[in-house]
Design a protein around this ligand. Structure first.
Ligand code: PLP
Length: 395
């Protein structure tokens, strides 16, 4: 009998995806595999799926974060950006590297996203943007937050890298912000091996994103009138080599785009199965030990957040021991390894921060986990996983 195990992700790149790549390689007479027609097609299909005007395919979600914050700096200027302590490092690194001051607020334990009231409290005349992460498939938006941001003219950026297909008021996350970011890393709802997307309805942002993706080069903007004007201004430069911004090459290529196009066809159906699975986890996990009061409306979870209710290190070590013994793969700290405020890269930027004001994220840091929730996961297996977790002899 095959030994029991439960991985974080399973089968996220399928035979059908690899077949689509082989087919593309065979049919592509010109052998152009750098960013070209398939990238354009994937961007158009993604925009159609998300219902935004523009999408820019890049080589990772982190690159999407970096380009986005550079756009904000170029088009809207310096200041503070409100960020969560529970997110991926690139959400904070992109803020710091673009010389914004990161301003942290604690999370709401029921959706793992920033607490809306604390965001509103931190807004001041230096605030440029709120960079909100929809953590682990949960919606972090509310009517109150959106209204306040609109009234105070604060930019909303949505990081949807962990929440493809999740919604707020039946509209997809990633359509509310001025810019939104997605990741197609293997561990997420869909994968292009590596990859990310920058989405917006704003033409100027779209054109700037395309330039920043390609060395900051003017000719990538796609706006002929604008290009002509600047070519005239910089007449002493070769028109093909006008570098407007200090940037890098974060382009993606044709093969990941082909995989993305094929993956997109099954994303909605996969998400339906994931949501069904999530409910089975919730119905079977023992609420005496684990949190089960998550805000599910509009959520689309690629993982199950396993959060111990009691802050007890002995219990935590026992849980890890049992999961390891039963080959249940896990990540401690939920999104991004837990509380970013405890990470060495941030120490010099957060001297004024008192960790006591971040109790919710700290609980996740020490007592929160995620385990896999993928479409091929069967009900019987979820029940066995829950049985193993419920039978632990906690203090
Ligand atoms: C919230 C969030 N933002 C950004 C990223 C970065 O995406 P990538 O791994 O594609 O660089 C991740 C990665 O997992 C993430 O979870």
């Amino acid at each position: 009998m095959e030994k029991f195990s439960h991985s974080l992700m399973d089968n996220n790149i399928t035979q059908s995806d690899t077949d689509s790549v082989v087919d593309f390689l065979k049919k592509n007479k010109k052998k152009i595999f750098t960013q070209s027609t398939q990238v354009k097609r994937f961007e158009a299909e993604w925009s159609k799926w998300l219902k935004t005007k523009y999408s820019v395919f890049v080589n990772s979600g982190s690159s999407a974060n970096l380009v986005t914050l550079q756009i904000i700096k170029i088009l809207y200027g310096a200041g503070e950006v409100i960020v969560p302590p529970l997110t991926w490092i690139s959400d904070i690194a992109s803020v710091i590297q673009n010389n914004f001051k990161p301003v942290f607020v604690d999370i709401n334990p029921r959706n793992l996203c920033m607490d809306e009231n604390q965001i509103i409290k931190k807004i001041n005349n230096k605030t440029v943007a709120v960079f909100l992460t929809h953590a682990q498939g949960f919606n972090g938006l509310s009517e109150k937050l959106l209204k306040t941001l609109k009234k105070k003219k604060i930019i909303l950026i949505e990081d949807v890298c962990e929440s493809h297909g999740a919604t707020f008021k039946n509209k997809k996350l990633g359509t509310y912000g001025l810019i939104s970011n997605f990741s197609f890393y293997y561990a997420h709802h869909m994968s292009t091996i590596e990859g990310g997307m920058i989405c917006t309805n704003n033409r100027k942002i779209y054109e700037t994103a395309k330039m920043l993706r390609s060395h900051g080069m003017l000719r990538e903007s796609g706006n002929k009138k604008y290009e002509k004007k600047l070519q005239k201004k910089y007449h002493f430069l070769s028109p093909k080599f006008i570098f407007l911004y200090p940037a890098y090459n974060v382009r993606n290529t044709e093969i990941p785009a082909v995989i993305g196009i094929n993956q997109l066809k099954r994303l909605d159906n996969n998400n339906k199965i994931r949501s069904k699975n999530f409910k089975i986890f919730l119905e079977n996990i023992n609420e005496k030990y684990y949190r089960n009061d998550f805000e599910l409306e509009g959520s689309s979870n690629y993982a199950f957040p396993l959060v111990l209710k009691k802050a007890n290190l002995k219990n935590r070590d026992l849980l890890e021991k049992i999961m390891k013994k039963n080959k249940i793969e896990f990540r401690r700290g939920n999104a991004g390894g837990g509380n970013q405020l405890r990470q060495p890269y941030l120490i010099k930027y957060i001297k004024d921060i008192n960790l006591k004001n971040f109790k919710n994220v700290d609980h996740i840091h020490f007592f929160g986990y995620y385990i896999g929730n993928y479409p091929s996961l069967k009900k019987t297996k979820i029940k066995i996983i829950c049985q193993i977790l419920n039978n632990i002899d906690y203090d």
